[in-house]
Design a binder for this molecule. Sequence first.
Ligand SMILES: NC(=O)c1ccc[n+]([C@@H]2O[C@H](COP(=O)([O-])OP(=O)(O)OC[C@H]3O[C@@H](n4cnc5c(N)ncnc54)[C@H](OP(=O)(O)O)[C@@H]3O)[C@@H](O)[C@H]2O)c1
Length: 394
Amino acid sequence: MEQLSFLAIPAVGAKLTPEQAMRLAISEAAKGSARVSPNPQVGAVVLDRDGGFMASGYHEYFGGPHAEVNALKNFSNQQLQGAQVYVTLEPCAHEGKTPSCAKMMAKLPLAKVVFGLIDPNPLVAGQGAEILKSAGIEAELFSSADKKAEDEIRLLLEESCEAFLWNFRNKKVFVALKMASSLDGQVALRSGESQWITGPESREYVHYLRACYDAVLVGKGTVEFDDPSLNIRHSTISKKNKVIVIDAEGDLLHKFADLKMTQVHDSADLLWCVSAELSEETQKKLAKLSNRPRVLFVKTKVAGDLDLQDLLAQLYALGLRSVLVEGGAFTASSFINCSLVNRLYLFQAPIIMGSGGSLSWTNSVRIATMSEKLKLQNPRYQVFGNDFLITGVL
Ligand SMILES: NC(=O)c1ccc[n+]([C@@H]2O[C@H](COP(=O)([O-])OP(=O)(O)OC[C@H]3O[C@@H](n4cnc5c(N)ncnc54)[C@H](OP(=O)(O)O)[C@@H]3O)[C@@H](O)[C@H]2O)c1
């Protein structure tokens, strides 16, 4: 779950409760959301020995310094005497692209480090805390006497790095589905026309969301109807992204060179998912195309649909950790039918398109009884211009 509004940074010396410190660390973490994947977003807050605010920091970009380093970097050992650090994720124990934060902090005269989540990475889990304890620094998982606040904060912590936690816990790609619909759930006219349903504010946020995920995925119909660029066009974020297209028969590959996305992406960043059961002859033809994307051959199911589990497993093997599915209707429904959507972002515009001549994003989802209805967990609501966004865990 990504956010756009952040908590105000307190004045130096302002007293913070542990709950306020951890909420601020979570808010700081979110500032890195568009640039850190596949790393988790992490935020840190430093308080003096009396609980007065000293500084905050966050992991700003993949490969860059970690949140703890950014929060602590401007202080001398003398200033940090007895200080406390609130950090959203257990400090790392291992050397990766940057040195171990636990080892760095173990050398400082800190009194306490409170972390929001135990790192699920087996190279860290519990070991970051052990390094700190061995150095005589109190290291503990965040808890609060106010159990309601603790539950709320724990949920925010889990949401703040949900893709990272999902990846480590399940060894699978995290899937978010984004759709823009009318009030009556329609995403396009049957003629294919769909631009634009939502306003510019929603669309700008979608570009931000694209930056938060490792790749954008669409079905063949969307490419045929819209010829979208699917790159990131945002006022403050400049980032290259990957695009995945489901095109079981490889039909669009023959006009690949003419597609808009081909003009704005490197071919290596475009992944085409075709059926592994394409005839040898067709496969040879595809291999001969001079200008073509990377082609993934995906298993098919009885009805001829691509096996989306196999597709996601191949993406995981390629190092992708999160995907934003952007439709269209058939593709969205396929992911829902296979129970593969982790998070939904549904933008709704204050318009009515009628179901007579349009497509709903759940077009081929069949719910037979109310007990089978799908329910969003922990829904959140945000307004963008005249539209609103509902997001939650599916
Ligand atoms: N409002 C929005 O948020 C939004 C977003 C995106 C698109 N749209 C609109 O939606 C419309 C397109 O929707 P759509 O439902 O027609 O097309 P789509 O979902 O983009 O593409 C559907 C096609 O993709 C392939 N496909 C998807 N999942 C597959 C699977 N599991 N296995 C095999 N093939 C799979 C199939 O191609 P084959 O034909 O080869 O079987 C299928 O016919 C357009 O009008 C577009 O403008 C709206």
